[in-house]
Design a binder for this molecule. Structure first.
Ligand code: GLC
Length: 456
């Protein structure tokens, strides 16, 4: 019986790996993939920008769905959109000062409106009072500041007349009969073509694009999956148009080699480095300053400085990236609370970015002391201990004795003396290979101080 089970399992496993090899969108080795993604892995920190007509409603980018607003009612936002204070260079400088290395902007969100000039619909920025291609202006400004540029493009579309009504559509229904009735004159085939044409446009008209962020699939009853989007053909085209581009994992082609490059835990802190079939995979968590992605005037759950820094450091400590979102106003400016948060992150990054850029999860032999997060730079062989809760003078590091050559604070390069645990109490708790860092009693003037350890 046991043997039979083993046999079945083995066959299933062989079958799986065969599929994995056969199902290919893109011919590339694992090594080539890592090289293609190297700049992004090194960068660790990017800016997400959710901007569209919904900024005027100022009550979530899903407002059309949440309030079941009809196209006719929503039209007023299209007719009024005129962000007269939009200054993309200012945005780019703010992102850069915060320590971000790349940015991803919504070229179209679920509402279906294009922030770019498109041949395939009138429902685009050129026909609003603003009348200029926001995406073009944005790409140029961000690129000029040396930032990587990426496009979010919503697979979902709540405006296109051929897009079939589904369970998350503003006009969602209840029964199969109701859906049949609602969709009798709609043809997803036409939308599929439209979607492909639009992705071709954004990947053709603006030069080299570093990231494509497709959003999102929701398979199952009254849902949509890769067949609705034509994801395989779509991804093939994407790879041909922009061979260097990085693509997220929301087009529902996770079982295809080349169908995605990184996974995207949303508003979620992972417990550990995400894996697929036991192998660690590239990941990026996307997070908001407050609960909404689009500008939300009356939403007040803004994360504080420390929470934001921990989001970043913790991501790196588990081998991942952070894409932190700003929802600009309909005038084209950042909310003052976003500005403040960006400045605060920048202040920390100015002195501590060495523990972020090019860093990753520490090797298993290093166990993080209580209330700390570890990151590690494999090239310089330095370990970074982030002190989340500043200790009092003695800072015991268990089993670090033979591993550490020198210790300093990262922010001011001041030496931290390494002692042996001494005294009655501490000795009872320590072993031969433990060390004691002699920290100043007063916490340095840094939100989260970092100890830089030069390893043997
Ligand atoms: C979701 C939401 C959306 C947001 C995105 C960011 O899928 O629909 O509004 O753009 O996630 O990750």
């Amino acid at each position: 019986m046991k043997q039979l089970l083993l046999f079945v399992l083995l066959m299933a496993f062989c079958g799986q790996s065969l599929i994995a090899q056969e199902k290919k969108i893109w011919n590339e080795t694992q090594e080539e993939k890592e090289q293609r993604m190297a700049w992004w892995t090194e960068a660790r920190f990017g800016m997400f920008i959710h901007w569209g007509l919904y900024a005027q409603a100022a009550r979530h980018e899903w407002v059309k769905k949440r309030e079941r607003i009809s196209d006719e009612e929503y039209q007023k936002y299209f007719e009024m959109f005129n962000p007269d204070l939009f200054d993309p260079t200012d945005w780019a400088k703010k992102a850069k000062a915060a320590g971000m290395k790349y940015a991803v902007i919504t070229s179209k969100h679920h509402e279906g409106f294009n922030m770019f000039a498109s041949e395939y619909t009138d429902y685009n920025i050129m026909n609003t009072p603003y009348g200029k291609d926001i995406i073009k202006e944005w790409v140029e400004a961000f690129r000029d500041e040396g930032l990587g540029v990426g496009f979010y493009y919503s697979l979902i579309d709540w405006h296109h007349p051929e897009y079939t009504i589904d369970r998350i559509h503003p006009q969602s229904a209840g029964t199969q009969e109701e859906y049949n009735e609602l969709n009798k004159d709609r043809d997803m085939g036409v939308y599929r073509e439209y979607l492909k044409n639009q992705v071709r446009e954004i990947l053709t008209n603006y030069g080299k694009i570093d990231i494509l962020w497709l959003d999102y699939s929701f398979p199952g009853q009254f849902g949509k999956d890769h067949e609705d989007w034509g994801s395989i053909e779509l991804l093939k085209m994407v790879r041909e148009l922009q061979p260097e581009i990085l693509v997220n994992d929301r087009a529902d082609v996770k079982d295809y080699w080349g169908g995605w490059d990184f996974t995207t835990p949303e508003q979620f802190k992972v417990q550990k480095w995400p894996e697929e079939n036991g192998v660690r995979i590239p990941w990026e968590t996307c997070q908001t300053f407050s609960g909404s992605w689009g500008y939300y005037r009356d939403e007040h759950t803004w994360k504080d400085k420390k929470q934001l820094l921990v989001l970043l450091i913790e991501s790196v400590s588990k081998g991942g990236n952070l894409l932190l979102n700003v929802g600009p106003t309909a005038r084209g400016t950042f909310d003052h609370r976003a500005d403040k948060a960006l400045v605060e992150m920048g202040e920390w990054m100015k002195f501590n970015s060495r523990s972020v850029y090019g860093c990753t999860q520490a090797p298993d032999e290093f166990v993080a002391p209580d209330n700390t997060l570890l990151t590690y730079n494999p090239l310089t062989n330095r370990l970074y201990v982030h002190l989340l809760d500043y200790p009092m003078k003695n800072f015991l590091m268990k089993d670090f004795g033979d591993k550490v050559k020198y210790a300093q604070f990262l922010h001011d390069a001041s030496e931290i003396q390494i002692g042996k645990p001494y005294g009655h109490w501490i000795k009872q708790e320590t072993g031969e290979n433990d060390i004691n860092l002699l920290l100043p009693v007063n916490k340095p003037n840094i939100e989260i101080p970092v100890v830089e350890l030069f390893l043997n």
